[in-house]
Design a protein around this ligand. Sequence first.
Ligand code: FEO
Length: 396
Amino acid sequence: MEAVKISEDIYWVGVIDWDIRNFHGYLTDRGSTYNAYLIIDEHITLIDTVKRGFSGELLERIASVIEPEKIDYIVSNHVEMDHSGCLAEMIEITGATLYTSPRGKKGLKSHYQTEGWEIEDVKTGDVLDLGKKQLEFVLTPMVHWPDNMMTYLQDEGILFSNDSFGQHYATSERFDGEVNTPVAMEEAQTYYANIVMPYSSQVQNEFNTVSDLKLELNVIAPSHGIIWSDNIPEILEKYKKWATGKTEGEALIVYDTMWKSTEKMAYALQDVFNSQGITTYMKNLKVNHPSEIVPFVLDCEYICVGSPTLNNNMMPTVASFLTYLKGLTPGNRKTAAFGSYGWSGQSIGLVADELEASKFDVFAQIKYNFVPDKEDLEQIKEDFKVKLNDITKEVN
Ligand code: FEO
């Protein structure tokens, strides 16, 4: 296993995890990579390590360039264990000095036995001189943990961006220009939705800091997935859009169903959106995992959530989706609750309550007793169209 050259004396030495399919509840059907980077200079420097259990691959790639024992400095951009899991082993082998944020220092102490480690904490704007090359640190707290920071290689314009701009995407290629770019963008969107979305205001701060420091970005090297080089304006534009919550004006209909009555209602709502020229995504929770649905939230102005009433409640799949969505705090969307019921009908109000608790505006609650026939569905469409038109007018 060889290192991959990024630029003169700079190498990717990470690992490819082809098999991971679940990253704390986020389904990762394309696997992932844990990226680490090696800089050869008077002070040889490793940026991040990899998940525990993968040190063999990391060491083999480093050894294809230099003896790992020669590493002088290790930069820890993030305490999360998929990046710090091999730190103890690397420090044992190298005796390197560790550079991290103050929160990183604290975090590492609560994750590992750090006695005897030489740890230097850094702040935004601090520069580490490697000899010919200089590393500048940019603290980015809460994108995604309190300790996160990015490391910028001056002159070369390489930003080791950590969680920002990452994707769970295992490929044998390392650069965006070598892969199917729409797939890389799709995985970046999925990563943003599932990991970064709750920290969108911090992402906006991150953009301000990069702009204040006048960092020119020639390469963006995140801690997961491919390295951005050919599509930097495009990925920056996407991040700015996602961070500010600007949608594509589309609609998302998420539901579960028992005897297909709620499903019939879901398709009736889809007809209304389509009649207004609004692109609509149908997501049946029996076949779609919440982590596969939330990337669509980034593009959708309208979110409709449907559940039949089961045991005086919403269906557990719907509750699970709403809990996941609430944690990601997308806000600023127009939502509706709908569903069929047999006798008590609480699910629709409970879904609406949960949407409101997630700080969404609920513009419609539509419930139907038992099985809607063709005529009933026409009435449901008519009622929904009126409510949709009301809020569309408000928007315009
Ligand atoms: Fe892959 Fe927040 O770390």
